[in-house]
Design a protein around this ligand. Structure first.
Ligand code: URA
Length: 425
């Protein structure tokens, strides 16, 4: 076999065999195929796509490039979100599902660009350790049924290499490549029940619902083909999820949801996703699972699981009773309106970028982040606000001048004036 034949086949939409795909991925991972040939193949895929079977074979080849986790804790569930702004659902769903008796063994990543990462969020809790040996991860799961660690071992080295190359060659936005990239990592974590939350909208990879549905369908097929109980659902990421964006701010909101303080879209989505996982784990029909998830919050059982996870992973569990113990920003800035208006739309990606400007995210891997920084939204589409109302509050410990971030946040808001056309402050 050689790379040129394989590139030519995909260029002409000739279907590749499993052996060809395996050879390509293995040879590239081991350094026997240079970046320029793999880039050419990736671009051929970006332009011509892959068949369902080719996508499944690519996923398996990428999964098999590294370790596959085998936890000794019985059946486990995993949930994956394709990412967005303000998505703290793992911090809420994990405790809910675990308190209903299903083990959630989560391996999560750090934030990059405008999207946040669960590991960064958890590390805003003083002392919280996310790099645990697998034996300790298993112990915590046996005791508490919910633990989260950062990626460990050599999981999917092929994806790491291919993802970096895709980033540099304009080949990220390809449904088969995204599906294979995400699913190879999920299959190497190897949970029995897998819920995939595929996002669409201004803050997501997939800008339209139609694209998200295509991605969801192929990801679900890959999971089922690999013998998992797997379901993919498509949810909206056109508006930031919940009120808070930024690491400690998001932990705060997750705790407040688990305390039963707030209902609304974020709560509803977490109940829906939890119920889907419980259903995959045969805990009942959908309505029974919704009731179970709601009871886990209202009874305080889910919060108790989260408190235990924090304690067992070295963090300060008192944050579950007093969210003021989480890192607090040194400065804040309230963005107000000087006119009455109706909020039409909030550009999710721009709010994520505002949070990044305030110090909450990283532009390059390894950049330091300000755990206290971020944005708290007082508005959502459809709200009517009056002159003088605060639209959002910006928080930062590293930013002394909030003007750039305030302009960016204001530009993210689409509104209709309800009186004269006065400028915003
Ligand atoms: N997330 C991934 O892990 N891979 C992709 O290709 C896109 C999003």
């Amino acid at each position: 076999m050689n790379a040129i034949d394989i590139i030519n086949k995909t260029k002409r939409s000739v279907i590749l065999s499993d052996d060809e795909i395996n050879w390509l991925v293995k040879s590239y991972t081991e350094g026997d195929i240079p970046d320029y040939q793999m880039s050419a193949w990736l671009m051929a895929v970006r332009l011509n796509g892959l068949t369902e079977q080719e996508t499944i074979s690519l996923t398996y080849a990428m999964r098999d490039s590294g370790d596959i986790m085998r936890l000794n804790v019985g059946k486990t569930a995993d949930k994956h979100s394709t990412g967005g702004v303000g998505d703290k659902t793992s911090l809420i769903i994990g405790p809910i599902v675990a308190s209903c008796g299903v083990c959630m063994a989560k391996m999560s990543g750090r934030g990059l660009g405008h999207t946040g990462g669960t590991i960064d969020k958890l590390e805003s809790i003083s002392g919280f350790r996310t790099e645990l040996p697998i034996s300790e991860f298993e112990e915590i799961l046996r005791e508490n049924k919910f633990a989260i660690i950062s990626q460990s071992g050599e999981l999917c080295p092929a994806d790491k290499k291919m993802y970096d190359l895709r980033n540099a060659t304009g080949t990220v936005d390809s449904i088969p490549l995204i599906a294979a990239s995400i699913m190879s990592k999920k299959l190497s974590v190897n949970a029995d029940y897998l819920l995939l939350d595929v996002k669409y909208g201004s803050g997501a990879f997939m800008k339209t619902k139609d694209e998200a549905e295509k991605l969801a369908a192929i990801m679900e097929k890959i999971g089922i083909a690999a013998g998992k109980k797997c379901k993919a659902i498509v949810t909206d990421m056109d508006t930031p999820l919940g009120r808070n964006i930024g690491n400690s701010l998001e932990v705060r909101e997750a705790i407040e949801i688990l305390q039963g303080k707030y209902k609304g879209k974020l709560y509803d989505l977490c109940i829906e996703l939890s119920a889907e996982i419980l259903r995959l784990a045969d805990k009942g029909d959908y309505q029974e699972c919704v009731a179970m998830a709601e009871e886990a919050v209202s009874s305080g059982k889910a919060l108790e699981v989260f408190r235990n996870t924090i304690r067992l992973q070295g963090g300060d569990p008192k944050v579950c009773d007093d969210v003021e113990l989480l890192p607090q920003a040194r400065s804040k800035y309230e963005v107000r309106t000087v006119q009455d208006m109706e909020i039409l739309k909030i550009n999710c990606e721009e709010i994520g970028m505002t949070s990044l400007l305030l110090g909450a995210g990283r532009i390059n891997k390894g950049d330091p982040i300000d755990m206290s920084a971020g944005v708290v939204m007082n508005i959502e589409p459809g709200d009517k606000v009056s002159a003088g109302d605060t639209l959002l509050t910006l928080y930062s410990s590293v930013c002394s001048d909030f003007s750039d971030a305030a302009v960016r946040a204001l530009n993210a808001i689409d509104f209709e004036s309800l009186n004269c056309h006065k400028p915003l402050t």
